[in-house]
Design a protein around this ligand. Structure first.
Ligand code: NAD
Length: 480
């Protein structure tokens, strides 16, 4: 029988707003998805707490923006140092609240976030002279926006928060972060670590449910919302932001295709295809969600994926033997089970997995499932599963597979697998996606802009464009 260790009920019992520690009247339970039971609770912010956080962030803004860039850089690097020191604790919190294996939490989230903070803190947005004539001088520069609201989901709670926090802070903004109500702990620990390196009000974490996100969107004192989550919520954020012409960056859902050409190196591509689809138990925006395989290699690749899948244990992330964890929350679990049921109702061929978890199984576990060449209009193909279910689809003709790959409202990422990189690059240009990877997938970098086309988002993160998204461009013209 699996168990989990007791967790102190009052470990995260207050919010820090400005210099004050606030105890809220309501609280939010935090569930360990490997067991489906609540193991602690966190404060639930009310509108007055948001008011306090916005006021503290506005107060802190003038001083923070006035610091030399290098000084902000060193404060952010100090936060990275604190996080590195707290690596094991952060990873454990992550596994308890998110479910992912502890090893992945440490490497894929904490180490990654530390490197990312440092990488972004080193970036610069330099002023530029656009015209320098004897009678006229024109210069462009970037100024921070003010208070920025960050709203993030539960699949990568730390790394997605850092993707936003680092550029928002280095460009001189002050920040209010709202983690997902399902994964508040790592964010609250991050706020604690920031306490002795960032001045009060520069970075506040508020925990609460979806309504808190909506209040942030509606708040006139917040200049920008940087949001990562579903396309449905992204629409609401954009609609709410319109009232104040608030800036938005929206990183939304995806239904990423991977196309395997007949000449692909199958031995080399099976592990990355598997992890691209099933890493984090399928819960990632740029996960492979439709796998198109050429007829000539279809049976071979399908069987190799099945064999690989059989070797990957799934279970409680605190057990180091497990390489895949549960789905993160009951809502997502129900959604993915419904998709599985739909596959069964439609009589689709299940090549691997597919069984409903036993009714007495604790936690939100859905087995790795490969669906064998379902019709293009089946839900498992058209919907973003965000779970460990992958349709493998046959194709024969390149033009046809490009059309099918693009036949979705989403446009986040895509990948092509082939030994012929010139051909793959030509195909990449035809795919409607913000990022197309060739013989790799889900690689990101601080200098590579990332964002979705179509329903997958608006605006960019990372790179110069991502940094500039936390600023207003300002032009200064001088007649002389
Ligand atoms: P979600 O949209 O339900 O929630 C995301 C966040 O928004 C949460 O913090 C939630 O509390 C908050 N929220 C909910 N309603 C809100 C509202 N009306 N106003 C403001 N905030 C609100 O998404 P989720 O289920 O947490 O995450 C899964 C989705 O996120 C998937 O669709 C996935 O593809 C997407 N995602 C995208 C990226 C990317 O970079 N493009 C990365 C990770 C996840």
């Amino acid at each position: 029988m699996q168990t989990h260790r007791p967790f102190p009920e009052d470990r995260f019992s207050t919010l820090r707003i400005g210099n004050a520690r606030i105890r809220t009247t309501r609280s939010l339970p935090v569930v360990n998805p490997a067991f489906g039971t609540a193991f602690t609770s966190v404060p639930h912010a009310a509108p007055e707490h948001l008011e306090g956080a916005v006021a503290a962030a506005q107060d802190a803004f003038a001083q923070w923006r006035a610091l030399p860039w290098a000084e902000r850089q060193s404060r952010i690097e100090a936060l990275a140092d604190r996080m590195a020191q707290a690596r094991e604790e952060l990873a454990e919190l992550m596994t308890l609240e998110q479910g992912k294996p502890r090893h992945s939490a440490a490497i894929g989230e904490v180490d990654y976030a530390v490197d990312w903070l440092r990488g972004i803190a080193r970036q610069r947005l330099n002023a530029k002279v656009l015209e320098d004539k004897p009678h006229h001088h024109v210069e462009q520069s970037y100024v921070p926006l003010g208070v920025v609201g960050l709203i993030v989901p539960w699949n990568f709670p730390l790394c997605l928060a850092i993707w936003k926090l680092a550029p928002a802070l280095i460009t001189g903004n002050t920040v209010i972060l709202k983690p997902s109500p399902y994964t508040p702990l790592t964010a609250l620990r991050l706020a604690e670590l920031a306490e002795d390196v960032l001045p009060p009000g520069v970075f506040t974490v508020l925990t609460g449910d979806d309504m808190l996100g909506q209040w942030m969107v509606d708040h006139p004192g917040i200049a920008k919302i940087s949001f990562t989550g579903s396309s449905a919520t992204g629409r609401k954020v954009m609609a709410g932001a319109a009232a104040h012409l608030k800036r938005v960056t929206l990183e939304l859902g995806g239904n990423d295709p991977a196309i395997v050409l007949p000449d692909a190196d199958l031995d080399a591509c099976v592990p990355p295809l598997f992890w691209g689809a099933f890493g984090n138990s399928g819960q990632w925006c740029v996960g492979i969600k439709r796998l198109y395989v050429h007829d000539d290699i279809y049976p071979q690749l399908r069987d190799a994926l099945i064999a690989y899948a059989r070797s990957i244990p799934m279970g409680d992330g605190m057990d180091p033997a497990n390489l895949l964890g549960p789905l993160q929350n009951a809502r997502q679990y129900a959604k993915v089970l419904d998709l599985l049921d739909d596959c069964n109702r439609q009589g689709l061929r299940i090549a691997h997995g597919g069984a409903h978890p036993a009714p007495d199984r604790q936690g939100y576990f859905v087995p790795v499932t490969l669906v064998d060449n379902p019709p293009d209009d089946s839900r498992v193909v058209t919907e973003e599963a965000f779970g460990p279910i992958l349709p493998i689809l046959r194709y024969r003709d390149i033009d046809d597979v490009v059309r099918r790959a693009n036949d979705t409202g989403y446009g986040l990422g895509a990948s092509i697998w082939s030994r012929d990189t010139a051909l793959a690059q030509t195909l990449a240009d035809r795919l409607e996606a913000g990022t197309v990877w060739i013989n790799e997938v889900y690689v990101h970098g601080v200098d590579f802009p990332f964002g979705g086309h179509k329903l997958s988002g608006l605006g960019l993160e990372h790179g110069a464009e991502g940094l500039a998204a936390y600023t207003n461009l300002k032009i200064r013209m001088t007649a002389r």
